[in-house]
Design a protein around this ligand. Sequence first.
Ligand code: NAD
Ligand code: TDX
Length: 338
Amino acid sequence: MSSVNVLVTGGAGFIGSNFVRSALGRHPDWHVTTLDKLTYAGRRENLHDVMDHPRHTFVHGDILDGATSGPLVERAEVVVHFAAETHVDRSILAAGDFIRTDVEGTFVLLEAARRARSLRRFIQISTDEVYGSVASGASRETDELRPRNPYAASKAGADRLAYSYWATYDVPVIVTRASNNYGPYQFPEKVIPLFVTNAIDDIPVPLYGDGRNVRDWLHAEDHCRALDLLIDAGASGEVYNIGGGNEVMNVDLTHRILSHLGRPASLITPVADRPGHDRRYCLDTSKLRGLGWTPQVPFERGLGDIIDWYAANEWWWRPIKESDPAFRAYYRTQYGSR
Ligand code: NAD
Ligand code: TDX
């Protein structure tokens, strides 16, 4: 069987590692190459069970380094581009790496994609944050982009740059805009793993502002299934929203986490709001559903299972929270000396 060469950038991060694992399991004809810089968020442990898989190659490198990333793109039939700086709060503290990796890094990959001879799909992983805050209704793919924080703006830049390489150079780009993901191996700076791991340790969970901001939760497995479908059935030059359809207010999410773990509501500590905090995201997913996708993981079950996963996998998160100097320095900046 001849193999399909698939390049996954950022494959050692949260969603990327879930994608690499599911791709190797679902596609016996794929050879997957992971290209990852291993920033604070990228970890070999995230791929521990597939690192030595016979159809997986791991390359430690920076997408901005064209000498490394260029030939990998040129050899690929499918590129799934996850690599990015991804945490909104960090982008508010310092935006430089977001512009460099998310915008310029995407540019380096797209330039290589112009030269690629067998490339049939370039998936640009964008985000629902590019639409900005949505007071009511649901964002459609044709809606105006109004990103409101440096992370979202850098992703919007990359999103439109990728689109322009389809319109101008016929690179087979698809742009995906997913809602908030949850699942295993999510870095414990993001709300669900942060709150779950704090609660396990009986330490306060810092809820921003009035806690009434709304996010729409999508299980990483459902995200991966959507990407699989789009690689085959999506149309170049198109944008697809990927949303779980699970709108939850942060304060309700927090209560659910605490109650699942049998921890008291008194752990909830209101803290200063995130500057420019988007109130609500919500995606209209009818375009993707029209291709036959529906989310498979109900949020009630998925949230419970993922809380149990973090409880059972302290080997993964405890070293990050307790001894990773980058995490500790960041956490101190955000929340003081806890
Ligand atoms: P993450 O922060 O967990 O992982 C990012 C990965 O990219 C890490 O492995 C990191 O080492 C790698 N990386 C960063 N800079 C790099 C560079 N210059 N060269 C090579 N590798 C580099 O992120 P995530 O949450 O898995 O998000 C993955 C993608 O999905 C991002 O593009 C993000 O914008 C998008 N997205 C995320 C969510 C979400 O809820 N997490 C929702 C929608 C879209
Ligand atoms: O300590 C916290 N307290 C809190 O109340 C943290 C870290 C977050 N929050 C709130 C802010 C948000 O309303 O929880 C919500 C979720 O926050 P994050 O986990 O930081 O995610 P968000 O800002 O919504 O962005 C995520 O979804 C879109 C990802 O981090 C992005 O990469 C993705 O593009």
